[in-house]
Design a protein around this ligand. Sequence first.
Ligand SMILES: Cc1ncc(COP(=O)(O)O)c(C=O)c1O
Length: 400
Amino acid sequence: MTNKFKEIKERESKLLCNTYGRYPLAVSKAKDCRLYDLEGEEYLDFLAGIAVCSLGHSRDDLADVMAEQARKLVHVSNLFYQEPQLDLAEKLLSTCAADKVFFANSGAEANEGAIKLARRYMHAVRGEDRHEIITLEKSFHGRTLSTLTATGQEGPIKDGFSPLPDGFVTVPFNNISALRGAIGKNTAAIMIEMVQGEGGVRPLSQEYVNDIVALCKDNGLLLIVDEVQTGLCRTGRFWAHQHYGITPDIFTSAKALANGLPMGAVLCTDEAAKGFGPGSHATTFGGGAVISAVACKVVDVMIEEDMAKRADELGAFAAQETEKLRARHPDKIVGSRGVGLLFGIELSCDGSAVWNGLLEKRIVCNLTQGTILRLVPPLTVTREDILAFMEALDEVLTAL
Ligand SMILES: Cc1ncc(COP(=O)(O)O)c(C=O)c1O
């Protein structure tokens, strides 16, 4: 550990609340799929700021848009009409079957908005006292009080925060009869991720999703899809729900939306949007001019450069290369799963040792659920980068 790094660690523990188990790396610079530490050492980035910098780090085209808009208009609040947020809304709505958008500032805030919209729709439009949201085990929806209650995980995420808000029920994953049994007279919506990211890169099956959609229809429930991690081409379609041929009533976006600037969005049908009226929901910063201008450029690049196709092809390539590695290490790799570049490698050996070994070889990725290496690189990652990852993993597993 260098003196400079030691000094940074000490400053951090004095200055910041102790909420993060940080990686032993201080990043001073990032470009495309590479991170650089304090000494300028290069790391291959298979994390992209947790599926955020999908177009790669520190892009000149986005920096230009940011700077140009910042000289014109940064913030006036949502009391005013602002064209950049309308431009962004038009672009986003052209990618899906939704009709309306509400802009927020993070994934949790977008999900919070989606939950509020579902509840208010039931009250204001249907005149029914339905407020309960059903979610799935191992889901992750955020850290605000209601999104962490919606999250189907236990442990430090929930410990010590009671009383948690009422109105959330979690059911076992991929179990349609449990879901059916959880629906009652108070149920407002079912909320799902198409591929559970934090939960271990677990895609929902087509059959399960079809059954969920049918349950929503038969019981008059809204379907909320959390696309915070899966959206914006990550899974090989612009939105992951498009793999399944479904139209959610409400879905959320964040992470990659402004390629590293904080932004979230709630997208919904005209019908669901009736739930909100003036004064019912708001946020000071949502859809600000700079961030909206950047997000417009992000959406343009994603479409022009067909990032969905790229994610799809590179995900298939990573699966093929993982299979080769599995054949070499059948006792240590169970297999791969995921969709596009939301990619998981399931290990049957010590996940932390593998993760540490990769970091020593200057490869950054994420370990989730103890044994799943979650790879969410920038979508600009190359085949050579993937091969470099696999070679490093091969060496680490051989040495284990
Ligand atoms: C599926 C999903 N929903 C919500 C969130 C919360 O997003 P944020 O950290 O921006 O609040 C995350 C973050 O990892 C996520 O993966």
